[in-house]
Design a protein around this ligand. Structure first.
Ligand code: ATP
Length: 287
């Protein structure tokens, strides 16, 4: 069996006195989309920087595709694609020239620039100067740039943060296509819906530590409470809300009671969201 795409062994990083990443360990299998979900300042970007060889960990090791990143960064860089939240493109060049320049760095000559631009929804805009692009267009071009070397692992740091819905959706589509191609995706986000929808597994990160790591389904099963929310007619005719937690010994009795003693107008069952579970585990909201 192929070695895992990513093995993080007790990674630690400090900025001065601040312990930004605190002995983080996890494994990402090939072809998996792993979501790193946490609020601002949780340590997501610092972890990505360690995994991609931009920061050397204070302790621990990052092994990508069987290669130690800190020891053989060039070998690793040839096989990964990276997209950070802050645009780092050449604004005075066109989109096409940005991609060409990047391909040259990787010694890639058979790059299908039109195809890449098409995939990120930038058809017809490749010859415009990047300085004239919107934020969403720049982000989409950075995704295209991260795909130039057909990476085995794609690192995306908050790729849809602050984008218009069309750009965000275009990026999510590319993430799914990359997984279908066989790539592994490491995605940091504080968007719980995005994590829930796209990721095979999600790591909750808070204050530099992983507090939970599992499939969204298992996280909800283990930590979430399902409930029914009913709207009932109050004594003065106004609508009141009643909530009943499911899967408890008293649930059946409470539901029977509700229908016996109240006039129920609407009834919905609700699953816990990843945000609910994050708050339960850390006491903090994601945003
Ligand atoms: P965000 O969602 O805001 O990007 P994050 O989860 O990616 O947050 P990091 O950027 O990794 O978090 O930051 C982790 C901690 O390290 C934060 O407290 C942050 O303020 C601090 N930090 C990050 N970069 C630096 C730096 N260059 N110098 C000093 N402190 C830093």
């Amino acid at each position: 069996m192929a070695e895992p795409a990513i093995v993080a062994e007790s990674l630690t990083y400090r900025y001065g006195n601040l312990l930004a990443v605190d002995h983080i360990s996890f494994t990402v299998e090939r072809g998996e989309i792993l979501g790193f979900l946490g609020p601002n300042g949780a340590g997501k970007s610092t972890t990505v920087k360690i995994l991609t060889g931009q920061l050397r960990p204070l302790s621990g090791r990052a092994i990508l595709l069987g290669i130690d990143v800190a020891r053989y960064p060039k070998q690793v860089h040839a096989r990964i694609g990276v997209c950070f939240e802050q645009p780092n493109l050449y604004e005075e060049l066109s989109g096409v020239d940005n991609l060409r320049l990047f391909a040259r760095l990787f010694n890639i000559h058979d790059i299908d620039i039109a195809g890449l631009l098409h995939r990120v929804g930038l058809d017809g805009r490749g010859d415009d100067l990047v300085g004239h692009y919107s934020k969403g267009m720049k982000q989409r071009l950075m995704i295209a740039r991260a795909l130039v070397n057909r990476p085995d692992i794609l690192f995306l740091d908050e790729p849809t943060e602050g984008l218009d819905p069309t750009s965000a959706e275009a990026i999510r589509r590319v993430i799914c296509e990359e997984q279908e191609r066989g790539a592994t995706v490491f995605l940091t986000t504080h968007d719980m819906y995005e994590a829930d929808r796209l990721c095979n597994r999600v790591a909750f990160i808070n204050s530099g530590r992983i507090v939970a790591l599992d499939t969204p389904h298992n996280l909800k099963q283990q930590h979430g409470k399902r409930m029914v929310r009913a709207e009932v007619v109050g004594p003065d005719g106004s609508l009141l809300t009643r909530e009943i937690i499911l899967d408890q010994p008293e649930t059946a009795h409470q539901i029977a009671d509700l229908f016996q003693h109240e006039r129920v107008v609407t009834l919905h069952s609700e699953e816990a969201t990843l945000e609910d579970i994050f708050i339960q585990l850390t006491g903090r909201a994601l945003v």
